[in-house]
Design a protein around this ligand. Structure first.
Ligand code: AMP
Length: 224
């Protein structure tokens, strides 16, 4: 049986985490857990968690660590043994990262790699400001309004283009600030553990994907 992959995908908002998650899911037997997406679905369904999440989502603020750790724990416990996981948007704080270390030890699912997508703040603002979610064609996926081919394809297939409320300029800046203050310190946490791989996110989605695959394949190769 192939070794399941256990990946954490990090990067500031706009770095392309969900796009890369989608490409990796098409290539490997992975369950993608996108915490932001899970919370938006809960909010749309008006569940107890969704009602709690709404105010945080609107402000671009982080939900309490206990809530997020409980959500991820519950999802990882349900994962079939042969299936790997890719975490998109978790962990975002040091207590979340510490909780994940404990959980992955307990479940005997050591992290394969933490991929950090690096992007300038200027480019992140450009991408988020022009981002629309294509909804109605399965899992929502991001397109940029300047990418006419993707916009047309979404509409032609019957999808709808929707702007995430937290992609408004003031909220974008708040999310970037939160990333710098709360999440960037995790890079050092994972670097110290030899798990961090930094990849430039300035290239095309396919170029970034190939760079991630190269890291993962090297990690899977048995050490000489
Ligand atoms: P994302 O789709 O990853 O940009 O996440 C959207 C929003 O969901 C964030 O701005 C937070 O409000 C919330 N969120 C997602 N993941 C987490 C997390 N690990 N910890 C706390 N809040 C989160």
């Amino acid at each position: 049986m192939a070794t399941p992959l256990h990946i954490v995908l990090m990067g500031a908002p706009g770095a392309g985490k969900s796009t890369q998650a989608r490409l990796l899911k098409a290539r490997y037997p992975l369950q993608v857990l996108s915490t932001g997406q899970l919370l938006r679905e809960e909010a749309a369904r008006q569940t107890a968690l969704g009602l709690l999440a709404e105010a945080y989502l609107a402000r671009g603020a982080l939900l309490p660590d206990e809530v997020m750790v409980a959500l991820i724990t519950e999802r990882l416990l349900r994962l079939p043994p042969e299936q790997g996981f890719l975490l998109d948007g978790f962990p975002r704080t040091l207590p979340q990262a510490e909780a994940l270390q404990q959980l992955s030890e307990k479940l005997q699912r050591p992290l394969t790699a933490v991929i950090a997508l690096a992007l300038s703040e200027q480019e992140a603002v450009r991408r988020l400001g022009g981002r629309r979610m294509c909804e109605g064609l399965g899992d929502p996926f991001p397109v940029h309004i300047e990418d006419r081919a993707s916009v047309d394809a979404c509409l032609r297939l019957g999808g709808r283009l929707v702007q995430r409320p937290d992609d408004q300029p003031e909220v974008i800046l708040e999310r970037l600030r939160t990333y710098e203050a709360e999440t960037r310190p995790l890079l050092e946490f994972y670097e110290q553990r030899g798990l961090l791989f930094r990849i430039s996110a300035e290239g095309s989605p396919e170029q970034v994907h190939q760079a991630i695959v190269a890291v993962l394949e090297a990690r899977l190769r048995p050490q000489a």
